[in-house]
Design a protein around this ligand. Structure first.
Ligand code: NZQ
Ligand code: ZN
Length: 386
């Protein structure tokens, strides 16, 4: 196991009816800007609940944060906060709203051009406004971590940032808030959480059995609960709660502490979203099976462990077991209603060079746990994903 620091300051308020706890979680004297996406928070009644829990506190709402949140939209919020003097932000939504809120929180006090926050991956963030989150879509883990991803549509760029200053102060996780999710967003959530776990687990053995078993437990849980979530005629509270907590734990730093991490699937996936506007989780379902196949030598020991412990694969030669583990992964995504080939999204070989060029321009030339996924390897992965 590698040396590590683990410090996660986000207070989780989990369960039915917990939005009312905003009355205690938000500082009494705060001037609050609530940030939301499109129409969902208003339509589902969550926004009204949030406003009522804020009671007498001065507050206003910024609406219009788009999925894969845009830099320009975030900057509109930054300008409003600077001119109207809000001192606490409250994100109400999924990963996009929370990510945007993180960026906005850091950009408000930032001296200089906030775009450089993204160019430097957040390393130049010195401070941020305090903020909390009310999660409505379990998927990204953004509610309990210090990272975010912002898109600049004019440049076709989708860039990640992280900083210890952008952990949410708290996150309200009420599983009933997921009841209004369209089925494809539920499926996206399962697949995103699954791939987050894989990015931190399926690398090479590093004598970290606790992290391995935690990760395998999350993967098995997602495999078990995912299809049930899709098949249920009515939302089942305990299954929604399971997904919500699994997705949070998949990317709150716990399973990734002290172990090698990959993230190449995510970095290639971000380029596919930036260029072709494919949902984040769907890009992962396209890239991961091809990536695991491409990296079957470097990931051999962990692929065998994954096959045995997550999928119960015990027979066949080692190569056969690895192939079966990768095939089971693909089948699971497909079973969740998420196609795993570029052609399923109307894309053909002509996209490969464009994605590779974007990876190059964003410095994504040494990816993976060994930093040896160069542009040639990424190209092969994309070709295998056609
Ligand atoms: O915009 P509204 O109207 O709110 O609708 C949203 C949006 O259209 C809707 N939605 C959310 N909650 C709902 C709901 N509809 C009905 N009922 C509800 N309760 O769902 C749509 C998608 O929302 P979005 O927030 O975009 O989805 P998600 O949570 O999957 O977030 C994706 C973003 O997070 C980034 C992704 O790259 C992407 O930009 N990620 C952030 C990470 C992090 N911060 O750690 C890690 C991830 O790997 C990921 O990269
Ligand atoms: Zn993700």
């Amino acid at each position: 196991m590698f040396n590590f620091d683990f410090h996660n300051p986000t207070h989780i308020a989990f369960g039915k009816g917990r939005v009312a706890d905003l009355a205690k979680l938000v500082p009494a004297s705060a001037k609050v800007l609530i940030l939301v996406g499109g129409a969902s928070a208003e339509k589902t009644g969550t926004l009204a609940e949030v406003r009522s829990a804020l009671g007498e506190r001065a507050h206003s709402t910024f609406a219009g944060i788009e999925p894969n949140p845009g830099f320009d939209t975030a900057m509109q919020a930054v300008n409003q906060i600077r001119s109207e003097g809000f001192d606490f932000l409250l994100a109400v939504g999924g990963g996009s709203v929370i990510d945007a809120t993180k960026f906005i929180a850091a950009a408000v006090p930032f001296e200089g051009d906030p775009w450089t926050i993204l160019l430097k991956g957040g390393r130049n963030i010195q401070s941020a406004l305090p903020f909390g989150a009310v999660l409505t879509l379990p998927a990204t883990g953004s509610e309990m971590n210090n990272g975010g991803v912002i898109t600049r549509r004019d440049m076709g760029a989708k860039l990640p940032f992280r900083s210890s200053h952008v952990f949410p102060r708290f996150a309200v996780l009420d599983p009933t808030k997921t009841y209004t999710l369209p089925v494809q967003q539920l499926a996206n959530g399962v697949v995103d959480a699954f791939v987050h776990t894989v990015e931190q687990y399926l690398t090479y053995p590093s004598h970290a059995p606790v992290q391995d078993r935690f990760a395998e437990g999350l993967l098995q849980t997602l495999v078990e609960v995912g299809p049930r979530l899709l098949d249920a005629k009515e939302p089942v509270y305990d299954d929604r709660a399971t997904l919500m907590w699994a997705a949070t734990l998949a990317l709150n730093g716990l399973i990734g502490a002290g172990v090698p991490q990959d993230w190449s699937t995510h970095m290639i996936g971000h380029e596919l979203t930036a260029l072709h506007n494919i949902d984040h989780a769907r890009t992962l379902a396209i890239v991961l099976p091809a990536m695991l196949h491409e990296r079957r030598v470097q990931k051999r020991d962990k692929l065998l462990q994954y096959g045995q412990r997550v999928w119960g694969i015990r027979s066949g030669t080692e190569d056969e077991r690895i192939a079966a583990a990768i095939e089971n992964t693909r089948t699971f995504f497909e079973h969740m209603g998420i196609p795993t080939r570029l052609r399923d999204y109307g894309l053909d070989a002509s996209v490969v060079s464009a994605v590779v060029a974007q990876l190059e321009s964003h410095g994504m030339t040494q990816l993976g746990e060994h930093r040896d996924i160069d542009l040639a390897v990424s190209r092969r992965v994309l070709e295998a994903a056609l």
